[in-house]
Design a protein around this ligand. Structure first.
Ligand code: CP
Length: 305
């Protein structure tokens, strides 16, 4: 593959190879000297049309740990603000001869479109409510390291599934690796026809959590709810917020995940987010490793490699 645009289209072998490659990046990142030379002389542009803390910074660190020259394009102060289109922006950056462009965009499919207009490798860092492939890979790596496997695990993805690219990429990836995935949320925040993806659907969180090995919480994405139903925070937390009482219904050794950013007291209590069953900090560490692995695999497809 020249690009990483989504989990859709990757085989189980592709995914497992990326997870295995990530393990060596975890080991490297825990050393004092954290550098490799895989991308020495290469140029990586991070082009983020939506805000990001984790994804942008970890792609920057990943590129730098592999020796690339990394440029963070500041969209907020770019000519996008003067009306330049996505395609013209891509063509302009392409003329500077980057080797890899990492893109986040608010429109589903925008990254695929951009990939057709440039000569370099493109990585999807989140496109609308479509896909966020490196998030699903880092989640899988975190689960595999803590549970020793993914096959056969019961994973609950809870909350605003409708607006979540993280949910979509995770549903595809976790099922490809043999997990049994449930989605839990109010019917207004579940995509119609989600059963088509082979997941079990619950609107009652207490029933849905029963016996789950992994409880993955999602942020209520109010910025994407233009005009549609927006639940009150108090009511949402009561029915769909993860607290100690609801988590007790999952398996006794259940582990809790959240891709971030978290809204404490909305979808998750602080007690659980910071508690002994939480993997949230480890997910961030795995994010750098997975992005190093993705960049290294793409590097093998770059011209003159
Ligand atoms: N999980 C995630 O994509 O976080 P950011 O939006 O901070 O990158």
């Amino acid at each position: 593959h020249r690009h990483l645009l989504g989990i859709e289209g990757l085989s189980r072998l592709d995914i497992e190879a990326l997870l295995d490659q990530s393990e060596s990046a975890v080991a490297l990142s825990r050393q004092v000297e954290k550098k490799r030379t895989t991308l020495r002389g290469r140029t990586q542009i991070n082009l983020f049309f939506e805000p990001s803390t984790r994804t942008q910074s970890s792609f920057e660190l990943a590129g730098k740990r592999l020796g690339a020259d990394v440029m963070n394009m500041s969209v907020a102060s770019s000519s996008v603000k003067k009306g330049e289109t996505l395609i013209d922006t891509a063509a302009t950056l392409n003329a500077m001869r980057p080797d890899i462009i990492v893109v986040r965009h608010h429109a589903a499919g925008a990254v695929h479109l951009l990939a057709r207009k440039v000569d370099c490798s493109v990585v999807n860092a989140g496109d609308g409510a479509h896909e966020h492939p490196t998030q699903a890979l880092l989640d899988a790596l975190t689960i595999r390291r803590n549970k020793g496997r993914i096959e056969g695990l019961r994973v609950a993805i809870c909350g605003d599934v409708l607006h979540s690219r993280v949910a979509r990429s995770n549903i595809i990836l976790l099922q490809a690796l043999g997990a049994r995935v449930r989605v839990i949320g109010p019917s207004t925040l579940l995509p119609t026809g989600i059963e088509r993806f082979g997941v079990e659907v619950f609107t009652d969180m207490r029933r849905g959590l029963d016996g789950c090995d992994i409880v993955m919480m999602l942020r209520l994405q109010r910025e994407r709810m233009n005009g549609s139903f927006v639940p009150s925070v108090k009511e949402y937390f009561r029915y769909y917020g993860l607290d100690g009482e609801k988590l007790a219904l999952a398996a006794p050794d259940a582990l809790v995940m959240h891709p971030g950013p978290m809204n404490r007291g909305v979808e998750i209590s602080s007690e659980i987010a910071d508690g002994a069953q939480s993997l949230i900090r480890e997910q961030v560490e795995m994010g750098v490793a997975v992005r190093m692995a993705v960049l290294e695999v793409l590097a093998t497809h770059l011209p003159n490699n």
